[in-house]
Design a protein around this ligand. Structure first.
Ligand code: ZN
Length: 312
């Protein structure tokens, strides 16, 4: 290298075995510029390399994160599926409860009213089962739609449960009073014995002349045989009556009373609460009677009715 003018330098270059000399003239700052450029390049590539490494690391981390999220996502899918199945089970149960309630009401003789139909729990509709189809393989990993559907189905179930509770509460009163009436109503025979005389006009059994109105039913009970109350009620009378002998009268409410006559023994006293089927007397032949038997009467609002219509 030879200095030429102040700001220029000339490189002379003699290749071996050749007679020519190559010379390059350049500004004196040029080699410094080249050196600086190379240094900058090295530095820049260093920065690039480290940035690349960091990117690669981040990519690895992201891949791991995505893997973890995918695992969480699939387990959430399973959970959501379970929740949806549970909600359908609850829906089915609600439907069954409604049917049971209707059966109970029918059994006690309550006819369904139109207001009940308005709050009837609907059967599982195809819309309710649709969220499950969203969760089939290859579906979108976005759970928002599924979560929203689960939320709305739970909200609707909560409404249905509240509605059913209201229906049940409203039905309890009528069911209880209907059951009380069924228990009070004289609906069984007072004694396990054959009927020897029915309700209505018959030949006078004492004089054999003319006819009399038989106000009840006679049972061929044997002496001392247990006589039972034919419905729940309260003993209105338990004592002696000239014609009926040892007699019990039970008030069942609803304007219904029953009378048991000609007994040998009384097992209850006035004011006692009695249950349907409870022993109240022992059969006998007291009062105006032609032999051991039970004379049984049913009155509705003070008027004698045929007791046979109540026997099951
Ligand atoms: Zn009689």
């Amino acid at each position: 290298m030879v200095k030429n003018k102040k700001n220029y330098a000339t490189f002379m270059f003699i290749p071996e075995g050749q007679s020519t000399v190559k010379s390059y003239r350049m500004p004196v700052w040029f080699p410094r510029f080249v050196t600086m450029s190379i240094i900058l390049l090295v530095l820049a590539s260093g920065v690039c390399f480290s940035a690349l490494s960091s990117l690669r690391l981040q990519h690895e981390i992201s891949r791991e994160e995505i893997g973890k999220l995918t695992a969480i996502n699939s387990s959430q899918k399973i959970e959501i599926e379970k929740l949806q199945k549970n909600s359908q089970e609850v829906q089915k149960q609600l439907e069954e409860n409604s049917l049971i309630l209707e059966e109970v009401k029918k059994a006690v003789g309550i006819t369904p009213s139109s207001s009940d139909e308005n709050i009837q729990i609907k059967l599982v509709s195809p819309e309710d089962s649709s969220p499950i189809s969203l969760l089939k393989e290859g579906s979108s990993p976005d759970m928002t739609a599924n979560i929203e559907s689960i939320e709305s189905s739970f909200a609707s179930l909560a409404d249905k449960i509240a509605a059913q509770k209201q229906v049940i509460n409203e039905s309890l009163g009528p069911i209880k009073s209907q059951l009380a009436y069924m228990m009070a109503k004289p609906s069984i025979v007072p004694v396990a014995a054959a009927i020897t005389a029915g309700f209505g006009y018959r030949k006078n059994p004492f004089t054999s002349r003319g006819s009399e109105f038989h106000k009840g039913v006679d049972f061929a009970a044997s002496y001392g045989q247990t006589i039972v109350a034919t419905g729940d009620g309260i003993v209105m009378f338990s004592g002696w009556n000239a014609g009926y002998g040892r007699m019990v009268i039970i008030s069942h409410g609803y304007g219904i009373t029953t009378l048991y006559a000609h007994n040998s023994k009384l097992l209850v006293k006035q004011g006692d609460k009695v249950k349907k089927g409870q022993a109240i007397t022992k059969a006998g032949n007291t009062g105006r009677s032609t032999g051991t038997h039970l004379h049984y009467e049913v009155k509705v609002n003070g008027k004698n009715v045929n007791p046979s219509q109540y026997f099951k």
